[in-house]
Design a protein around this ligand. Structure first.
Ligand code: CDP
Ligand code: CDP
Length: 222
């Protein structure tokens, strides 16, 4: 099904997945695939088209015809058709609605298909919620990254500020993150859960470099 080397990184919101995944990909010259950005892009497109997010048929149609494109850059640029949505997919409104969209089975089917296509052509580091369990179950390196909810909210707060995104307080962010994690962990299709063969990495007290080096070691061991 797939060729090339695969590193799967899953875990709850703001555990540090995308930051670390990008650096690991850079180190080995692999491509990086941010699957959360894909679900966020579907959500944004549905909101922009004023579609009722509970109308699963209409939302699925958007996912199946999503004109999504990633462009190399720091940060990686995300395009929907000719609209640059890199910032727009990070708003509170998208964050609050993305779990509803991501729970729709047909949306997941369309996203997983796209993700497997990308992985079939490249050495890849892919991060998300179901990479090790569903998208790339054969990946030789699987990491399940966690951190305390308070630390994750603190990181997201600083991250929002650095990106110039209007941010809620740390306490509000923690509540929102916990709610999203709960929805992601309890949905019927591909819930957020650690794969049996994934390595659990608690990053609460680790620096980015420490986490990156830990994963680099695992890749080299393979
Ligand atoms: O960056 P953050 O941790 O806030 O989230 P994200 O990785 O951008 O993912 C946003 C949302 O997309 C998650 O809360 C999930 O609802 C959904 N998602 C998913 O269901 N499966 C994935 N593989 C990736 C994201
Ligand atoms: O992708 P995910 O939502 O899991 O998290 P992220 O967006 O990569 O990380 C959120 C923030 O935590 C970023 O600003 C990182 O710089 C910071 N951070 C980290 O990723 N890992 C650490 N060990 C410490 C901080």
């Amino acid at each position: 099904m797939t060729k090339g080397f695969q590193v799967a990184i899953d875990g709850p919101a703001s555990a540090g997945k995308s930051t670390v995944a990008k650096l690991v990909a850079q180190k080995f010259g692999y491509i990086y695939c941010d699957t959360g950005a894909m679900y966020r892009a579907v959500t944004l497109a549905a909101l922009q088209q004023k579609i009722d997010l509970n109308d699963q048929v209409k939302v699925a149609a958007i996912a199946e015809n999503l004109p999504l494109r990633f462009e190399t850059g720091d940060p990686q640029q995300v395009w929907l058709g000719d609209q640059n949505v890199t910032q727009l997919i990070r708003t509170n409104e998208v964050a609050q609605n993305v779990s509803t969209v991501a729970a729709i089975p047909a949306v997941r089917q369309a996203m997983v298909k796209m993700q497997r296509e990308i992985a079939s052509q490249n050495n890849i580091v892919m991060d998300g919620r179901d990479i090790g369990t569903t998208v790339l179950p054969q990946a030789p390196v699987k990491i399940f990254m966690v951190a305390s909810a308070h630390e994750r909210a603190r990181r997201r707060y600083l991250d929002n500020q650095a990106r110039g995104i209007a941010t809620q307080s740390i306490e509000e962010l923690q509540k929102a993150i916990e709610l999203r994690d709960q929805k992601d962990s309890t949905r019927k299709v591909s819930p957020l859960v650690q794969a049996a063969d994934a390595i659990r990495l608690d990053t609460t007290a680790l620096t980015i470099d420490e986490v990156v080096n830990e994963i680099i070691k695992k890749v080299k061991d393979n």
